[in-house]
Write a protein that binds this ligand. Structure first.
Ligand code: ZN
Length: 314
């Protein structure tokens, strides 16, 4: 019998097979750390678990060029005999990467279907490779397909939604998501990110629907919460999104050495509460959350648990 929880947890064993190099911070251990913490804290038993399907080429082509997809397929062929094929200095594929990328995007699509169909209120996709740096025509920054963008486009096209919001609290700016949706009046994106910092974007593209809030290195939860209260929430309340998508990166955590923001688990719980309030007011509670960054394994596990615990609350 399925647990009565209104939160889905979507993953796939193929996401553990993708590796970008030995000792790369974006490693399979990340997903294992999340599952370990969710099990230890007793949350896992209460989640509705699903295996991610493969995204279809048609779903991917809504947000990526055919050339982009063909480039990844060609790289996968080159990686088939073993070893790593580099797409940029930080981003590589092994022989399992393309399969994992299809599962990661497929998880986000399934999450959208489950939430819109009313099977669950919200869903968390514990997947890798992450997605928010992948642009319409280019993989970059550990990302192959833009998983959240694939799910947003799916929600817009097949479920005829008119207004959806992407909330991105990863420490890096979601340049790929912005690239894909900046000219689409149906999509608002609100984000915070360390600046100046990789990928050095998000300042010029700012508009009424692209609410990018750069935070200086060293910013703590107080600064982050102020940015959310002052900029994100008024914009979201104005836009009245019918559904919310979360690019859930946890690399702004104080323990994460890849970047220099100082958030803690309580900040992730707090922002999840705020996202739920917006979802309750305008979106029939519908939230799809997709894992992006987060590289300090213990902090990642605890932060995802804090995020999911709030998603699971009535
Ligand atoms: Zn990141």
């Amino acid at each position: 019998m399925r647990p009565a929880s209104h939160t889905a947890f979507i993953s796939h064993p193929d996401c553990l097979l993708h590796e970008m190099d030995f000792y790369h911070p974006e490693s399979p251990a990340r997903l294992k750390a999340i599952e370990k913490e969710l099990s230890a804290s007793g949350l896992m038993d209460k989640l509705r678990r699903y295996q991610a399907p493969l995204a279809t080429i048609g779903q991917l082509e809504r947000v990526h060029t055919q050339e982009h997809i063909a480039r990844l397929q060609a790289a996968a062929s080159r990686a088939a005999s073993g070893g790593f094929v580099y797409l940029d200095p930080d981003t590589a594929m092994n022989r399992h990467s393309l399969g994992a990328a299809y599962r990661a995007a497929g998880a986000a699509v399934l999450a959208a279907d489950l939430v819109i169909g009313g099977t669950v209120e919200n869903a968390f996709c514990s997947i890798r490779p992450p997605g928010h740096h992948a642009e319409r025509g280019y993989p970059m920054g550990f990302c192959l397909f833009n998983n959240i963008a694939v799910a947003v486009a799916h929600a817009l096209e097949t479920h005829a939604l008119q207004r959806v919001a992407v909330v991105d609290f990863d420490v890096h700016h979601g340049n790929g998501t912005e690239d894909i949706f900046q000219h689409d009046p149906r999509v608002m994106m609100v984000s915070t990110f360390q600046h100046p910092f990789y990928p050095y974007s998000g300042i010029a593209g700012r508009s009424e629907r692209m609410v990018n809030i750069p935070l200086p290195a060293g910013s703590n939860g107080k600064v982050f919460r102020k940015a959310v209260d002052e900029f994100w929430l008024p914009a979201l309340e104005r836009f009245e999104p019918q559904m919310l998508f979360v690019s859930a990166g946890f690399d702004a955590h104080a323990d994460d050495e890849l970047a220099s923001l100082n958030l803690v688990e309580d900040d992730y719980a707090w922002v999840t509460e705020k996202i739920k309030e917006v979802a309750r007011a305008y979106a029939g509670k519908r939230i799809v959350s997709v894992l992006e960054g987060g590289y300090e394994l213990a902090a990642l596990g605890r932060s995802v648990a804090a995020h999911i615990k709030v998603l699971m609350k009535p």
